[in-house]
Design a protein around this ligand. Structure first.
Ligand SMILES: Cc1cc2nc3c(=O)[nH]c(=O)nc-3n(C[C@H](O)[C@H](O)[C@H](O)COP(=O)(O)O)c2cc1C
Length: 204
């Protein structure tokens, strides 16, 4: 085994360090967050930090990097209280990854990729068309993480759309059937092929 301690990590070359630490958590969720500014400007960007916070109420969080540079997704969410989370799947990997490019606010990533915006119901933020799972969220609260100046953005699921053939009888969304991707580090995508399920565990 190769060992890194706190000091070794601090001294690592920048790119090596971010690759190492971003993959140290294991696989992460792969999502596109869709927003619209108060002026009607669409925005979509890739996020790997979306996490389940609880089912009742149905809350999801994601981590926003320090707002020392413009963060369009965060700004739009704070201003409009509405955003969408869309699962990245095999057919859109390259375009989804490209949404991490730092475009100016007046350029929509939808116009720079083949990703298409979709409007569903009363949601003012764009969904990503054909994503096998699409979620509409309402901003609930944010928590500043003092240790590194990042922000935990918390939202409640208002509407959840899932492709019919992915939904199992007991409520599980079969992500592998939908060819939904997972992220390894910062730029590697995996598309899992199997789900091995186990029964609810009780003490032996
Ligand atoms: C694989 C991947 C995962 C990312 N995950 C996050 C994340 O969880 N939080 C974050 O703030 N930025 C994340 N980013 C960076 C954003 O995608 C990037 O800053 C983007 O330009 C944000 O767009 P916006 O300014 O339109 O919101 C990630 C980038 C990549 C390539």
């Amino acid at each position: 085994m190769i060992k890194y301690n706190t000091n070794n990590i601090k001294e690592l070359e920048h790119l090596f360090k971010i690759n190492l630490i971003n993959s140290a958590t294991g696989y992460k969720s792969a999502n596109l967050i869709g927003t619209k500014s108060v002026n009607g400007q669409e925005n979509v960007a890739v996020f790997s930090s979306v996490v389940h916070l609880g089912s009742n109420p149905a809350l999801l969080g994601f981590i926003c990097r320090p707002t020392t540079v413009p963060r369009h997704t965060y700004k739009n969410i704070i201003e409009t209280k509405t955003y969408t989370i869309n699962h990245i799947h095999q057919d859109i990997l390259e375009d989804a990854h490209h949404t991490s490019a730092k475009y100016p606010e007046n350029i929509s990533e939808f116009n720079k990729t083949n990703l298409q915006p979709e409007y569903i119901g009363n949601c003012t933020a764009p969904f990503v068309k054909n994503a096998p799972v699409q979620l509409e969220l309402k901003f609930i609260e944010e928590m500043n993480i003092v240790a590194n100046d990042t922000i935990l953005v918390i939202g409640e699921i208002i509407n959840l759309y899932v492709k019919e053939d992915l939904l199992q009888q007991d409520g599980l969304i079969d992500l592998s059937k939908g060819k939904v991707a997972a992220i390894n580090g910062l730029d590697a995508y995996a598309v899992p092929e199997t789900n091995i399920r186990f029964e609810y565990q009780r003490p032996k």
